[in-house]
Design a protein around this ligand. Structure first.
Ligand code: SF4
Length: 371
C-alpha cells in the first residue's frame, strides 16, 4: 500500500474518525476483522456480497445470515456513513445532485447523470479541497478533511442503488461509469481513493465489478500521485485538469503548478498512457478573456499534437459572485478550430446540472451558508 502524499496544503487535524466500514478494507482484512469481532470469516464475504453485488441491500434481505444477527452485523460492518440531506433534479430527472452529511456534520456532494448509453456518478473524494483554484467554489472554502474509502464508496453504492431502484427518469438501469470530479483532489487522498478503485473494479462479491475503463480519476497534476497510480494495476482513465498550456497563467489558475510544471505533468500523463494503454484526457475550463485566447489554443495544440490525449473543453460554470465567467461562443468555437487544426481530438463537455449549481462544491457552499 502506498503512503499518503505530502500535500502542499496540509489537511487540518482529523476530527473524530468515521466508523470503520468493510469498504475501507481489502477482502483479507475484512475476514480478519470479522474473526476479531467474534464471527466466522466467511460472514465478511457474505456481507460484502450484499453490499457490493446487491448494491447496499438492507439487512432484512440478508437471507444467508441468521435473522437475529443481521442488524448487529450490518451496524458493525456496514454502518451508514452518509446521510442524505437533500436531492435536486433537473434535465427532466436525468440529472440528480445529492448532498450528503457525514458522521461529523461535514457536507459533500455527488451527481448522478443518465445518458442514452450510460449512467455516470460524479463523486467527492475530499470535503472541500486544498488546491485553491481561484475559479472553483470548492477551492474557496479550503480543505476540511479527506474522506475515508468507506465514505467515497458509499456515494457510489448509493448511486448504484438509485439506478437499480429506478429512481432516475427512464426506469431501472445499472450504474456504468464513475468519475472522480466532485469535491476534492483525488490524488491528495491517495490511499482512500486507491481502496475505492479496488472496491469499484474488484469482481463480485469483493467489489462492484465495474471495468476500470469506465472509471475516470481527475487530477490537477499531482505528479507523485500520477506516478503511484501508474505503478498500480488499475488502468482507469486519467483526466488532467490543465486549464492553460503556459506555466505563467497556470501558476495562478492551478496553484499546484508552482510545484509541478506543465511539462512535468504531461510527462507523467504520457508515462501513465504508455503503461496502461489508456488515452488520457486534458480538462480545460474555458474562462472568458483569461485562458480562451486563440494563441493559447495554438500553444496547447502544439503541446498535444503528438500525444495520445483528448481535450475536454468545459464551459465554466460561474461561482456566485465570482469575476470568472464562461467564454463567448465565438471564442469557444475558435479554440476548438485551432486545436482540431493540429489533429488534437476535442469535445466541448455537456454542462449537465448547470441549473442546480452543478459545478463541484456549489451546493455544499450554498447549504453551509444557510446554516
Ligand atoms: S478545481 Fe478541483 S482541484 Fe481545484 S480547488 Fe476545485 S476541487 Fe480542488
Amino acid at each position: 500500500m502506498s503512503e499518503e502524499i505530502t500535500l502542499v496544503f496540509d489537511e487540518p487535524p482529523q476530527r473524530k474518525k468515521a466508523p470503520q466500514h468493510i469498504a475501507d478494507l481489502d477482502s483479507e482484512a475484512r475476514k480478519e476483522w470479522a474473526k476479531a469481532a467474534g464471527y466466522q470469516g466467511f460472514r465478511a464475504s457474505q456481507i460484502a456480497n450484499h453490499y457490493f453485488s446487491h448494491v447496499g441491500a438492507p439487512a432484512g434481505e440478508w437471507s444467508d445470515i441468521p435473522a437475529d444477527q443481521r442488524e448487529e452485523l450490518s451496524a458493525l460492518f456496514t454502518p451508514k456513513l452518509i446521510e442524505l440531506v437533500r436531492s435536486i433534479s433537473c434535465d427532466n430527472g436525468m440529472t440528480r445532485k445529492d448532498l450528503w452529511r457525514l458522521h461529523d456534520g461535514v457536507l459533500v456532494e455527488s451527481v448522478l447523470m443518465r445518458y442514452t448509453d450510460r449512467t455516470t456518478v460524479c463523486i467527492s473524494s475530499q470535503a472541500g479541497c486544498g488546491m485553491n483554484c481561484p475559479f472553483c467554489a470548492t477551492g474557496q472554502a479550503g480543505l476540511t478533511r479527506n474522506l475515508t474509502a468507506g465514505e467515497i464508496t458509499e456515494q457510489i453504492v448509493a448511486a448504484a442503488r438509485s439506478c437499480e431502484l429506478g429512481e432516475m427518469t427512464g426506469g431501472p438501469t445499472r450504474l456504468s461509469n464513475i468519475v472522480f470530479m466532485g469535491m476534492g483532489e483525488p490524488l491528495a487522498n491517495y490511499n482512500a481513493v486507491l481502496q475505492t478503485l479496488r472496491n469499484v473494479t474488484a469482481p463480485n462479491p469483493d467489489g462492484l465489478g465495474i471495468s476500470a475503463r469506465s472509471v475516470t480519476v481527475s487530477t490537477v497534476g499531482l505528479v507523485n500521485g500520477i506516478e503511484k497510480l501508474t505503478a498500480e494495476d488499475i488502468p482507469v482513465t486519467l483526466a488532467v485538469s490543465l486549464h492553460t498550456p503556459d506555466d505563467e497563467l497556470r501558476n495562478t489558475l492551478v496553484p499546484i503548478n508552482s510545484r509541478w510544471k506543465v511539462k512535468e505533468v504531461l510527462a507523467a500523463a504520457d508515462a501513465y498512457e504508455r503503461k496502461t494503454g489508456r488515452r488520457y484526457s486534458i480538462e480545460y475550463a474555458l474562462i472568458r478573456d483569461i485562458n480562451d485566447q486563440a494563441w493559447r489554443a495554438d500553444l496547447l495544440g502544439r503541446l498535444l499534437k503528438n500525444r495520445n490525449s483528448h481535450v475536454n473543453l468545459i464551459p465554466l460554470n460561474p461561482t456566485p459572485g465570482s469575476k470568472w465567467t464562461a467564454s463567448r461562443r465565438e471564442d469557444e468555437a475558435e479554440f476548438v478550430r485551432v486545436l482540431e487544426s493540429y489533429g488534437v481530438p476535442v469535445t466541448v463537455r455537456d454542462t449537465r446540472g448547470r441549473e442546480i449549481d452543478g459545478a463541484c462544491g456549489q451546493l455544499a457552499a450554498a447549504e453551509s451558508a444557510q446554516q
